[in-house]
Design a protein around this ligand. Structure first.
Ligand SMILES: Cc1cc2nc3c(=O)[nH]c(=O)nc-3n(C[C@H](O)[C@H](O)[C@H](O)COP(=O)(O)O)c2cc1C
Length: 376
């Protein structure tokens, strides 16, 4: 899904064109900026942190596992999950009110997001002296994570959880040394899910053509655009009050009062501008990883999510940045052509992620765990 939205230059041009209206809006935005930014920073610091020592297997350990799970990547930052705690297990369920029917009509990304959350839980559990064993629960239509005592082990992937972010920026074009590519390869595949790694220039150009085809189709889709806009948080106030969605600043765009952002959105968020942005993003990346599952079913979508979260954590531990570029797998017609390019037969390519060396952008927020833990 095209989540990077408006280019900075586009926004500023629209502001200048806006004249008097924008003069007032701009002044308001400056004041709101100064106020909101320190509150936002405080919220980020309390969200993206490692916890204190945990008394295992107390209920606080399970709640801490949920907190780590919520720091995972998830589609449009809808945080489409709920967690049901029992004595020795945690059930991770989809939240049907946080679906994205336009971009994700079959809930593929919902289950991939649950898989990302589960992977964080697995890594955190090891550090707490627990073994987390996930399995798909057909009846509950969710992932059951059983917890057993095990030797405690803090891995690099666990260490990376509070530092990971989806970095939607131009990277610096450097390539990744072979020994680090091997580490990425080692974590990217899973049970019924294979990761394909592309680092050659021509391969990245090929993938770019599917990205542009998918993005162009989405930009022509009114339902897709409306859905995307409804999840954008243009101001600090919007981001802080919802603690979900796509905060402008986390995508490298200016913070604006919400009404101005929504007003000028369609002027700056154009097909050509977005496609040009993707060209520079792909060309400056070191490579692209594609996650492909054996079966087109929720359990496998979740496993693909686990693999890509593991990949993202390993990349973060190596000082690499990553960002999803899922347009080639979100538009069914393009997905079929992309599958043919990949040579994967009738399998569904699940997720696409670029990686490389790049800057840090402001982090996104998460809702508190009280909002996502449900009664057993
Ligand atoms: C299944 C899935 C699909 C996603 N698709 C996209 C995408 O196409 N484009 C994009 O920029 N980000 C995509 N994301 C990244 C999310 O927007 C991001 O994880 C979320 O906003 C939270 O930000 P964070 O990863 O920095 O914590 C996707 C994430 C998941 C798990």
């Amino acid at each position: 899904m095209s989540e990077v939205h408006q280019g900075r230059r586009g926004f500023l041009t629209a502001l200048t064109v806006g004249g008097g209206l924008v003069a007032i809006g701009g002044a308001t935005a400056l004041v709101m900026n100064a106020q909101g930014s320190s509150d936002y920073e405080e919220a980020v610091n309390s969200t993206w942190r490692h916890g204190d020592n945990i008394d295992v297997p107390s209920s606080s350990a399970r709640r801490e596992l949920v907190r780590y799970a919520t720091l995972a990547a998830n589609s449009h930052n809808t945080q489409p999950w709920q967690f049901r705690l029992s004595d020795r297990s945690i059930l991770v369920l989809p939240d049907s009110e946080r679906r994205l029917p336009a971009v994700d009509p079959d809930d593929h990304h919902v289950f991939a997001s649950l898989g990302c959350a589960v992977e964080n839980m697995v890594q955190a559990a090891r550090a707490f002296g627990l073994r987390a064993v996930p399995s798909y629960d057909l009846e509950a239509r969710g992932i059951r994570v059983d917890l057993e005592p095990a030797p405690s082990e803090g891995t690099d992937l666990f260490g990376a959880i509070p530092h990971r972010q989806s970095t939607r920026a131009v990277y610096d074009g450097r390539s990744v040394p072979p020994e680090h590519l091997r580490l990425l390869e080692a974590v990217g595949s899973g049970d019924g899910v294979r990761m394909l790694l592309f680092t050659e220039r021509q391969q990245r150009e090929d993938i770019l053509s599917y990205l542009v085809a998918g993005n162009s189709a989405q930009m022509d889709d009114v339902a897709f655009i409306e859905e995307l806009k409804s999840w954008i948080r243009f101001s600090y106030g919007e981001a802080l009050s919802t603690r979900d969605g796509l905060f402008s600043k986390s995508s490298g765009n200016p913070v604006l009062p919400g009404w101005i952002g929504r007003l000028i959105f369609s002027q700056v968020f154009t097909k050509d501008a977005e496609n040009r942005k993707y060209e520079s993003q792909i060309r400056s990346s070191a490579g692209v990883a594609v996650f492909v599952s054996e079966k087109n079913e929720p359990a496998y979508w979740a496993e693909a999510g686990r693999c890509c979260q593991r990949f993202a954590l390993q990349a973060t531990a190596l000082g690499l940045k990553h960002a999803f570029i899922n347009q080639p797998v979100e538009v069914p017609a393009v997905r079929g052509q992309f599958a043919t390019y990949l040579g994967i037969g009738g399998r569904r390519p699940d997720l696409v992620m670029r990686f490389g060396y790049g800057p840090e952008l402001p982090k996104s927020l998460r809702r508190p765990i009280e909002h996502v833990i449900v009664r057993a």
